[in-house]
Design a protein around this ligand. Structure first.
Ligand code: ADP
Length: 162
């Protein structure tokens, strides 16, 4: 059983993340989307909300599950018996940080390999913070996120505005 962990903040999940999940589940027997619970980023959505949105999207795939993780990623990956950590690589700008993290994680556990997957080029400039900003300003996010995420963004904006 070749298990991969796809970790991230997913605040919220975008079509770029979905593209990476789709590629990863073709390669591995099982993919666990691991949502960072405690993060030093201030998130728009709670971890429970971020997890629920991803679950709605991946429930059609038997070999994809969603979980929350806290603390050291490598330790979490070990506890799940994962052989790989999947990360998305969009542009050169992602490289330095990802390179540093991958090498650090390899130092911590040489048996867990970080695998970088490139999304379709139409998602190269897409990230969660652009989606949040667009939603905050009342822009249309249809092209960037799955329909359930768009609905939740609209609800969230209403509740934030009161
Ligand atoms: P993190 O806080 O760990 O960077 P993110 O939720 O921003 O969490 O991203 C999780 C992973 O998904 C990262 O590997 C990131 O590079 C990748 N990713 C984010 N947006 C995209 C996208 N549009 N296309 C492909 N990969 C992406």
């Amino acid at each position: 059983m070749r298990i991969a962990i796809y970790p991230g903040t997913f605040d919220p999940i975008t079509n770029g993340h979905v593209d990476i999940i789709d590629r990863a589940r073709e390669i591995f027997d099982r993919v666990i989307v691991a949502v960072a619970g405690s993060t030093n980023k201030r998130t728009l959505f709670s971890s429970a909300e971020r997890i629920a949105m991803i679950r709605e999207i991946v429930k059609k795939h038997k070999n994809v599950s969603v979980d929350r993780f806290d603390g050291l990623l490598v330790r979490y990956a070990q506890s799940k018996k994962a052989i790989a950590i999947v990360r998305g690589l969009r542009a050169v700008s992602d490289f330095e940080y990802e390179f540093q993290m991958a090498l650090t994680n390899r130092k911590l556990d040489g048996d867990i390999t970080t695998v970088f997957l490139m999304p379709h080029e139409k998602y190269t400039y897409l990230n969660s913070s652009i989606v949040r900003e667009l939603a905050t300003l009342g822009g249309d996010v249809t092209e960037f996120v799955p329909p359930n995420v768009r609905r939740r963004l609209t609800e969230k904006m209403k509740s934030v505005r009161g």
